[in-house]
Write a protein that binds this ligand. Structure first.
Ligand SMILES: C[S@@+](CC[C@H](N)C(=O)[O-])C[C@H]1O[C@@H](n2cnc3c(N)ncnc32)[C@H](O)[C@@H]1O
Length: 350
């Protein structure tokens, strides 16, 4: 598991540079030596961090391949005044930089650091994750990244390490516990905790997702639990699963794209057998403005109301309610309320 970013400053006068970080920037530190003063190898706490990737070549722009450090502040003028009062010097005056307003902060013994007040979206203040659950709780972010959209993005999102807790979703457990087992399909199953739980309760489970890396973790979990699950790499619209063949269709925080033709809604409903149910879980009260700042527009994604609208004929709403949820740690911990929807295919066409 990755734990932190470790940055290095190469200095002609390390003691002066360390003194600057300690006394002017007032960074707490640990010492790799006995003395614990700037003549020792000190390691400074940097506080929250974020990382961008810029091209070495783009149009007229070019830069050598390198890494670069900047400091971010909330108010450039106030921060400059505060640092100047502790002896900091600056090269030049503050400038508009396109991505924010900044100035070069002089670092004794080393190169200047850019100090800036960003005008861009920031990642350092994202919650630990922003998906359905938590990182190595088995999500959102998520890895505090933009919400993945395409299949390769989901694949990449899952690749480095487990995202979710490995525990089944609480609302799914509550809704399904009293149902007799049958055939179930888990749409957008992620790392398979729900699928494994369902299989353990005697359900014949098909679980599909667009990300192989997630399915691999599901396979391993199923093996460890000694249960059988049919894992399928597929997208909802491209899956070749037989329509009308599942007693239960589950879609937990499924991140399915809305389309004008309502394709995702129709595909989900089509999977249910006559008399079968569709269970959808979604996060309630997602703040659109905050989500947009993090590159994710909730309006692009299917929500339970879309499914209700698409299920007007031949369907009964068994449950459509808000329910508190409690998840400790990980990416989903920021979400405190679920929307729980259970539809049952009861109409004449069933
Ligand atoms: C927020 S995660 C939820 C995962 C899982 N249901 C859970 O509750 O932990 C959304 C999942 O949907 C998958 N996904 C996104 N688009 C999909 C699509 N069109 N068809 C199937 N799965 C999709 C993603 O790969 C991701 O695993």
């Amino acid at each position: 598991m990755l734990t932190a970013l470790h940055a290095l400053v190469y200095s002609d006068d390390p003691a002066a540079t360390r003194r600057f970080f300690s006394e002017v920037l007032r960074r707490p530190f640990v010492s790799e030596g006995e003395r614990g003063d700037p003549s020792d190898w000190l390691i400074f706490r940097t506080g929250p961090s974020e990382l961008g990737v810029h091209p070495t070549q783009e149009g007229e722009w070019s830069a050598p391949r390198h890494h670069s450090l900047s400091l971010i502040c909330d108010d450039l003028d106030a921060t400059m005044a505060e640092l100047a009062a502790r002896g900091a010097g600056f090269t030049g005056v503050p400038r508009e930089l396109g991505f924010g307003r900044g100035v070069l902060l002089q670092v004794p013994g080393a190169d200047d650091l850019l100090l800036y007040q960003p005008a861009h979206a920031t990642a350092h203040d994202l919650p630990a994750g922003h998906g359905a659950h938590e990182p190595t709780e088995a999500t959102g972010t998520h890895r505090g990244t933009r919400m993945p959209v395409t299949e390769p993005e989901w694949e990449q999102h899952y690749a480095p390490e487990a995202i979710w807790s490995g525990n089944p979703n609480g609302a799914l457990v509550a809704e399904v516990t009293d149902l007799g087992p049958g055939r179930v399909v888990d749409v957008g199953c992620g790392e398979g905790a729900d699928a494994v739980w369902l299989a353990g309760r005697g359900w014949r489970v098909t679980a599909f997702d667009v990300a192989d890396a997630a399915l691999e973790r599901g396979r391993a979990a199923a093996e460890a639990a000694g249960v059988a699950v049919d894992w399928v790499r597929a997208g909802l619209l491209s899956s070749e699963l037989e329509a009308g063949s599942f007693d239960l269709v589950t879609a937990c925080y499924p991140a399915l794209q809305r389309t004008p033709e309502r394709l995702a809604e129709q595909a989900l409903l089509a999977l249910a057998a006559p008399g079968g149910r569709v269970l959808m879980l979604a996060h309630a009260d997602v703040d659109r403005a905050t989500a947009l700042e993090h590159g994710f527009d909730p309006d692009d994604y299917l929500d339970p109301d879309d499914l209700v609208a698409a299920a007007s004929d031949g369907w009964t709403i068994e449950r459509h309610e808000r329910r508190p949820r409690s998840i400790e740690g990980g990416a989903g911990a920021g979400h405190h309320t679920d929307i729980v929807l259970v539809l049952r295919r009861t109409g004449a066409d069933s």
